[in-house]
Design a protein around this ligand. Structure first.
Ligand code: BEZ
Length: 216
């Protein structure tokens, strides 16, 4: 496989609502193609480097929650600039030291072509250790949410799962998720868009702020 196939990727600028650009790469589970995950959710995320403290804690935590992602019909796909053999050695160390096997694919991106294509590093920046970017991609291949953390702050795995739960709930209910929403809590209706609905509403907020009656 040509693992430089991602050379067609745009030079970042990706936004929510864009299709995730397709690519192929070598990974710890063999060659992978982003689009082969169509039909299920995908969390694609970059990490600054193997054998670093925060990244190690993230991978241990993600591996321990692998079943939680699988139960949401969501695949995980990680990538960094490190070589495939660095990934292998790191995963062996994680298994031996922490007792968890990282079975989701970790991609090698030695030329940063994927990371640059997804805006995971600045186009001008030769330091791949810049950011921890996470893309939440829906079953149609559309980017639905993104987060970006600095190298020295680890991601929250419960928040990654909450984002997935929220996206899945608002799709299923055609609704909105309020601040601090958690699975099982009330969702909101989209606001009215016509003046009659505004004047007919029973109180001053209910034309734009009301629950659906359903729980996500
Ligand atoms: C870390 O994962 O601990 C880390 C990675 C790159 C820069 C700083 C910290």
């Amino acid at each position: 496989m040509d693992h430089h196939a991602a050379a067609q990727l745009p030079s970042s600028g990706l936004r929510i609502g864009d299709m995730a650009p397709d690519f192929e790469a070598r990974s710890t589970i063999g060659p992978v193609r982003l689009s082969s995950n169509r039909g299920r959710w995908l969390v694609l995320f970059s990490h600054p480097a193997d054998f670093t403290p925060v990244c190690t804690t993230e991978f241990v935590a993600l591996a321990r929650e692998a079943a939680a992602f699988a139960s949401r019909d969501c695949a995980l796909m990680a990538l960094s600039v490190d070589s495939l053999f660095s990934h292998f050695a790191w995963l062996r160390m994680i298994r031996d030291r922490f007792g968890v096997e990282v079975r989701f694919p970790i991609l090698e991106d030695p030329t940063l072509v994927i990371a640059r294509g997804f805006g995971m590093v600045s186009a001008q920046d030769n330091d791949s250790a810049a950011v921890r970017t996470t893309f939440f991609i829906d079953p149609k291949g559309v980017i639905r949410a993104m987060t970006c953390y600095p190298a020295n702050l680890g991601r929250s795995i419960p928040e990654m799962l909450r984002i997935l739960d929220g996206l899945q709930a608002i799709d299923a209910q055609d609704a909105l998720a309020p601040a601090n929403w958690q699975p099982g809590e009330a969702l909101l209706q989209p606001p009215a868009h016509d003046l009659d609905a505004v004047f007919d509403a029973e109180d001053v907020t209910s034309w734009f702020l009301r629950n659906t009656g359903a729980r996500g």
